[in-house]
Design a binder for this molecule. Structure first.
Ligand code: SF4
Length: 414
């Protein structure tokens, strides 16, 4: 195994267009997310889709589980377009998806992609029939499909078949390997069936979600070797808070480093009253820290220690990170490459300047017993020493000036 610190080349996959967004085929890894509003509540869903899109979600999935939800989809699309939010919508379908897509053509048309779980499309003979209808609808409306297998809802007949085959084998697999095989078989057999029905390979994305980090790495490693379909990565039921973030990051980082994955979603359980857009920010930060994409200038800051005399330094680090994230909505439109800018906010002037010099702009705040001054480094050179009550405002002004002078202005589209 290579000990290189450079990620493996991206696995080759067939590109899939979802509206204007390309998944796979060498395109940048796409960040996506999902709403948790009742889709039938048009207004609430529009607001949350917009919130996720503004945070940087390039695709947003909504559940389409009832006729009321299906009826609401065209209105949601129209309202989003009216407010200038053109993020493609993905419809999540389960047992009644075949009926909803058939009965509500405007819904089928308004969605940019359908997500189908082969374990949840129906039972027995109906499973094949209903799966076929879903795929025929995708062909009719020229929409791509994600065949999203989930370990919690594997097709029971297929699982029984694989377990039987395994029991008869002279070299039977262990329980978790049987589960891996069942997930991969379900995804690949469903994709082959979709192709037989007429859906092109360039209209198929696969996912095999599990909740265990090691299982996810093993399953996607095998899946990636066995096919050339574009892959959607995500750890299902990742959890809440730091647990969900750490588990998702651990699993996805290993796969991304190996060049596997064309689109990612971080399935965080939001804290009560928490911000749904956090899953988008975490997805972006994983891709950015892995060196795969840049979205927003990152602020490096020291952990603080006995030298930091107040919370001022933590507050400044937080306010600068927030400031650049807010400003990026405008900067992104105006300046080329500004997302690559690096900032550092350090807690003392003993060790701070070293780190500050490595960032494009760095500031070291005074620690305990230090003279109340804050040296600022720009491109490795000390440019000014801030003091007094307006250090935060003055530092933000330095950041603004840097963006204005260092990054090329984008030319307006013709
Ligand atoms: S930079 Fe200074 S305040 Fe921050 S952790 Fe290091 S020594 Fe402590």
């Amino acid at each position: 195994m290579s000990s290189s610190n450079v990620p493996s080349p991206r696995r080759k996959s067939v590109g899939v267009k979802v509206g204007p967004v390309m998944i796979g085929g060498g395109a940048p890894i796409v960040v996506q997310s999902m709403t948790n509003t009742d889709t039938a509540n048009e207004l609430a869903t529009v607001q949350q889709v917009e919130q996720l899109a503004l945070a940087g979600s390039e695709l947003v999935r909504i559940t389409v589980n009832t006729k009321e939800a299906a009826q609401a989809v065209p209105g949601i699309r129209a309202r989003l377009d009216d407010i200038g939010c053109h993020v493609p919508l993905v419809g999540d379908f389960h047992f009644n998806g075949h009926k909803l897509l058939t009965a509500y053509p405007d819904c089928a048309q308004a969605l940019a992609k359908y997500r189908i779980n082969p374990g949840n499309v129906g039972h027995g003979k109906k499973r094949d029939e209903q799966f076929s209808i879903l795929i025929e609808m995708a062909c009719k409306y020229d929409k791509p499909v994600r065949i999203g297998v989930n370990w919690g809802s594997l097709d029971p007949e297929m699982l029984a078949r694989i377990m039987d085959e395994n029991a008869r084998s002279s070299d039977p697999l262990g329980a978790s390997q049987v589960m891996h095989k069942a997930l991969i078989t379900s995804a690949l057999e469903s994709a082959a069936k979709a192709e037989e029905i007429g859906l092109g390979r360039d209209h198929i994305v696969l996912s095999c979600k599990v909740s265990g980090v090691q299982d996810l790495i093993a399953v996607y490693g095998e899946l990636a070797e066995q096919c050339e379909y574009a892959l959607h990565l995500g750890l299902t039921e990742a959890g809440m808070g730091s647990k969900g973030i750490v588990a998702s990051t651990a699993a996805l980082s290993v796969l991304l480093f190996r060049g596997i994955g064309d689109t990612i979603r971080i399935s965080l359980t939001p804290e009560p009253g928490g911000d749904r857009a956090r899953e988008v920010i975490v997805a972006q930060e994983i891709l950015q820290t892995m060196g795969l994409r840049a979205f927003v200038p990152l602020v490096a800051s020291c952990p603080g220690c006995g030298r930091t005399s107040s919370t001022y330094f933590q507050e400044l680090a937080e306010s600068i990170q927030l400031y650049v994230r807010e400003q990026m909505i405008v900067w992104r439109e105006q300046y080329e490459g500004v997302e690559n800018m690096s900032l550092a906010v350090m807690g003392c002037v003993v060790n701070g300047p070293g780190e500050s010099k490595h960032a494009d702009i760095g500031i070291s705040l005074p620690g305990s017993g230090e003279t109340p001054v804050a040296p600022v480094f720009v491109d490795g050179q000390k440019t000014v020493t801030l003091k007094g009550d307006h250090i935060a405002d003055e530092f933000r002004a330095i950041v603004d000036e840097y963006v204005r002078t260092k990054y090329r202005k984008k030319t307006a589209h013709a």
